[in-house]
Design a protein around this ligand. Structure first.
Ligand SMILES: N=c1c2ncn([C@@H]3O[C@H](COP(=O)(O)OP(=O)(O)OP(=O)(O)O)[C@@H](O)[C@H]3O)c2ncn1[C@@H]1O[C@H](COP(=O)(O)O)[C@@H](O)[C@H]1O
Length: 107
């Protein structure tokens, strides 16, 4: 199987967001607005946490997929390109998270 990336998922979400709400979960979520989509994202985050804490590997993979998909929907509604998130992550490379935290606390 060829590698599937978050960029592929972003493209699928952008396409399906324009479908009829009765034919597509993505379109239904988008039509429901950011409040509902963000709530769904929060639920998936909690389910991911529970899977992690119960050492349920299969469920962790499943819930992580739900989480990433719903994040892509929330970013789509907010008109935030995935590349903006990746650029933010890229700008953080080369500095330890611990160093960044220390700089924030002692500017
Ligand atoms: N990756 C996903 C994806 N992951 C999860 N989901 C849907 O997210 C929904 C929520 O799942 P949950 O089980 O958490 O929620 P639920 O139990 O069904 O609902 P509640 O009980 O919480 O109300 C389900 O309908 C899942 O099918 C997804 N729906 C779509 N995609 C991708 O989007 C594409 C287009 O899908 P449609 O927009 O539906 O055409 C698909 O081919 C996939 O690539």
């Amino acid at each position: 199987m060829t590698e599937f990336t978050l960029s592929d998922l972003e493209r699928i979400v952008a396409t399906r967001a324009k479908a009829a709400a009765e034919d597509s979960w993505t379109a239904k979520l988008v039509a429901g607005g950011q409040r509902k989509a963000a709530k769904k994202l929060g639920e998936e985050a909690v389910e991911t946490v529970i899977a992690a804490l119960t050492n349920d590997r299969e469920n962790l993979i499943d819930e992580s997929a739900d989480l990433l998909y719903h994040l892509m929907v929330v970013l789509n509604i907010a008109a935030v390109p995935l590349q903006d998130v990746m650029s933010e992550l890229a700008s953080r490379t080369g500095q330890s998270g611990l160093q960044e935290k220390a700089n924030r606390q002692n500017p």
